[in-house]
Ligand binder design. Structure first.
Ligand code: S3P
Length: 428
């Protein structure tokens, strides 16, 4: 599907932000290892989270869906059953890496695969610690690429220092740690999103956090809970970016998760001069939530690098679009991880913005943008990557002429209905 975006001067209205993808995955996975019933309200029915549900059903977990609510019924963590067939994580890195952690704890054989994009993404980063804990995991390309064949069980607790700040790696080890007697510890080079830690505590596990050092005590008695999933700040960010770069805009974004391990982009944008305010701050199922007001703003370039990168990693494509529309220079560094996402997001962003007439230079670990040029509408590739497609759409609002986003259906991975919502806030 192609999506055509027309230039728009004025944006207004309210958007209820769709549910958080990371939290939805974790809710259904922890529900699957907690004894009893878990009720998940406001679950994200994007394709990635549906992949997680499919995988869990193949392991014998009862997952039923009624409107926006998901009910997970489980006999507990030792009741997962050997799947009869290979498990397909689709496009979802979170499904593959976190499920590999759980499957490593299970005393049976399983195979995890995914789509073309996921089968190109690095898996050595989870295979190394899971193998060190005692799981037998083998994979293609010298144990680095999916499919992964896992024979789990008999795990030992350990302390693991991961070379990459990644919530998926941290979570894979913590979930495996559930099955090992004693304390398993993960130490990251910088703090990544902490939804797994928060939710494990919510389900009754003993978890201790000391900066980038997280420990879990194995063999807990997890019991089913009711969880309400907040809106996804990574999805909200496309409308925040659209609002602050429009000449006239007043948008209200409702129900946005503002967990401090996810709000790096808000800090960066405020630093660039963005008019974003938080209202009605509250806590939902252990996660901070707020409503946001966003207005058209005068923006200037900035530098983004170091420890903030994991707190805004998924927002960098749309931050690049904002930087191209801001006055002055923006430098993004220390973000080589972007090359290992659903697409190589450094190359994808550089091609997208170059095609639209922006001044951007690729670097091994990021890019440099000289902002302020008028963008020109053109035909843009999405590379099958939901966040590139949505970033291209936001750029199109400020470009002259029509911007066409090719393969736009990939937005369904994290934001079904994105283009309808975008239309609804556009004042014709
Ligand atoms: C995610 C962690 C991040 C992020 C991804 C979702 C998660 O990946 O980019 O979209 O749910 O844990 P990494 O752990 O690879 O950095």
């Amino acid at each position: 599907m192609n999506a055509a975006i027309l230039p728009t001067k004025s944006l207004g209205g309210q958007v209820r932000i769709p549910s958080d993808k990371s939290i939805s995955h974790r809710a259904v996975m922890l529900g699957a290892v907690a004894a009893g019933d878990t009720k998940i309200e406001n679950f994200l029915f994007g394709e990635d989270c549906l992949s997680t549900i499919k995988v869990l059903r193949a392991l014998g977990v009862q997952v039923t869906v009624a409107e926006q609510t998901v009910l997970v019924r489980s006999g507990g963590m030792d009741k997962l059953a050997e799947p009869e067939n290979i498990l397909d994580a689709g496009n979802s890195g979170t499904t593959m890496r976190l499920m590999a952690g759980l499957l490593s704890g299970c005393n049976f054989f399983s195979v995890l695969t995914g789509d073309d994009s996921l089968r190109r993404r690095p898996m050595g980063r989870i295979i190394t610690p899971l193998t060190a804990m005692g799981a037998h995991v083998s994979a293609r390309a010298g144990n680095s690429l999916a499919p992964l064949a896992i024979r789990g069980g008999g795990l030992r607790a350990m302390e693991y220092r991961t070379p990459v700040a990644s919530a998926q790696v941290k979570s894979a080890v913590l979930l495996a740690g559930l099955f090992a007697s004693g304390m398993t510890t993960v130490i990251e080079p910088a703090c990544s999103r902490d939804h797994t830690e928060r939710m494990l505590k919510y389900f009754g596990a003993r978890v201790e956090v000391d900066g980038p050092r997280v420990s879990i005590w194995g063999k807990p008695n997890l019991t089913g809970k009711t969880i309400t999933v907040p809106g996804d700040i990574s999805s909200a960010m496309f409308f925040i970016a659209a609002g602050i770069t429009a000449p006239e805009a007043e948008l209200e974004l409702l129900n946005v998760g503002v967990n401090p391990t996810r709000t790096g982009a808000l800090d960066v944008l405020r630093n660039m001069g963005a008019n974003i305010t938080l209202h009605n701050q509250r806590e939902i199922s252990g996660e901070p939530v707020a409503d946001l007001k966003v207005r058209g703003s005068r923006l200037s370039g900035t530098e983004i690098g170091g420890e903030i990168i994991p707190k805004l990693i998924d927002e960098l494509p749309v931050l690049a679009v904002v930087a191209a529309l801001a006055e002055g220079r923006t430098v993004v560094r220390d973000a080589a991880e972007l090359r290992h996402k659903e697409s190589d997001r450094i190359t994808a962003v550089v091609r997208l913005l170059t095609g639209l007439g922006a001044d951007i230079t690729e670097r091994p670990d990021g890019f440099i943008i000289q902002g302020g040029r008028q963008l020109q509408g053109t035909s843009c590739e999405s590379y099958g990557d939901h966040r590139i497609a949505m970033a291209a759409a936001v750029a199109g609002l400020s470009a002259q002429g029509t911007t066409t986003v090719k393969g736009a259906e990939c937005v369904d991975i994290s934001y079904p209905g994105f283009f309808d919502t975008l239309n609804s806030i556009t004042k014709k």
